[in-house]
Design a protein around this ligand. Sequence first.
Ligand code: SAH
Ligand code: F3S
Length: 482
Amino acid sequence: MEDKIIDESKQGASLTIEAKPNNSRKLYIESYGCQMNFSDSEIVASILADQGYNTTQKLEDADLVLVNTCSIRDKAEQTVRKRLEKYNAVKRINPKMKVGVLGCMAERLKEKFLDEEKIVDMVVGPDAYKDIPNLLKEVEDGRDAVNVLLSKDETYGDVSPVRLNTNGINALVSITRGCDNMCTFCVVPFTRGRERSRDPKSILEEVHDLASKGYKEITLLGQNVDSYLWYGGGLKKEFKNASEMEKATATSFSNLLAMVAEAQPKMRIRFSTSNPQDMTEDVLHTMAKYPNICDYIHLPFQSGSTRILKEMNRQHTREEYMQLIDKILEIIPGCGISQDIITGFPTETEEDHQDTLSLMEYVQFYFGYMFKYSERPGTMAARKLEDDISEETKKRRLTEIVDAQRGHSASRTKQCLGKIMEVLIERESKKSDGDWSGRNQQSLVVVFPKENYQPGDFVMVKITDCTSATLIGEAVGYSKNQ
Ligand code: SAH
Ligand code: F3S
């Protein structure tokens, strides 16, 4: 829970279980930011596996260091800059080591990176990863290597990811790239380009492959999964020009969910992120229909004030968000819902802030990711609105929001006391090597004594105790899904 609240830099050095025996070069790859970045790093590792690189977890051993970066808030960029200093220190000892910057910061800063950060040899934007083999040749020849071209159709659907940092149980499967929404605070549309959907055939192939390797849970990923639309390719906007036949046979997000759930009934299916403006009722009905689609929705609302939502260019009001929550609970009773909130957006008054707190009170989210507004260069908000809420006020409002969330999380976990629920075991508990840690369908963490159960097992657990973030219980047997 704590790291969900802070959540600035989920980080992971790489470990692969799919090392190719003949590969002699070593890649150290680190990822920051959203799940999409972690998923992209698996694509990059796959592209580099074909170039003779296996991953290493030891920075000092690496021939090539890649950092997949996040630009969403200034703090995320500062974290990466600190890591670059660390790589620089290692490079002084091992001058042959090459350093590449991937992802959103690469896209945002482009060539500037090579001038500002002298240790960077290569800069690659999110749509140019297939060009990395060529870029590495440039680097070897002593030339600057930059490719930050954004694409209208690259989905990496044909690249089979090398799973990094894997527990062999949960996997990320990307279904869309980019975002067309243009929320005024957000840098993503600039760094990740236009929205495009991936061919359902390649999604299903990837899911089947994961199932055959023993994975038990997948998360379908996109900046805005609800606007997934496949009718044979291209941008969503072009759909207007598609033929009637193409429209009639198009695959929507709800169709895709049903296809995946049906194809792998033993696998748990999750998805992220949903956008209130695009979430349709048929998605909710599909969720209700298939027991293996988890009853859980991550539904960012950003602000409880309709005026601020308008300034943010979010296409929903406070009331529409509340109606959507009611609809979700009507169709999927007991559905877990989590949030993203930005506090201190320009012009936000105390009244607007109270609107955010009262909306939280109404929904009683299971957990959330809460942030102070961070102005991002080039966004509409940065161009049109002054960042006029003081740091002190942002801090105070964030504390109030985080405290409210802690209370709601605590009441959500308390509601689980005495109940028996299905848990997928994911790993050993961080706090005790005698316990397993897993999650229930609503994405709450559940910890219980190991007994003879194993990671990857679906177990029924009776909840006997809880904190505000974690459920504690004991296993009462396998789930019927086991
Ligand atoms: N649709 C995306 C949203 C990506 S950004 C997704 O898949 O999650 C994740 C969250 O970061 C947003 O929901 C928003 O709450 C927060 N965020 C985005 N831009 C921000 C900014 N400029 N300052 C503070 N928080 C921001
Ligand atoms: Fe950003 Fe809004 Fe898209 S938050 S990722 S522009 S839905």
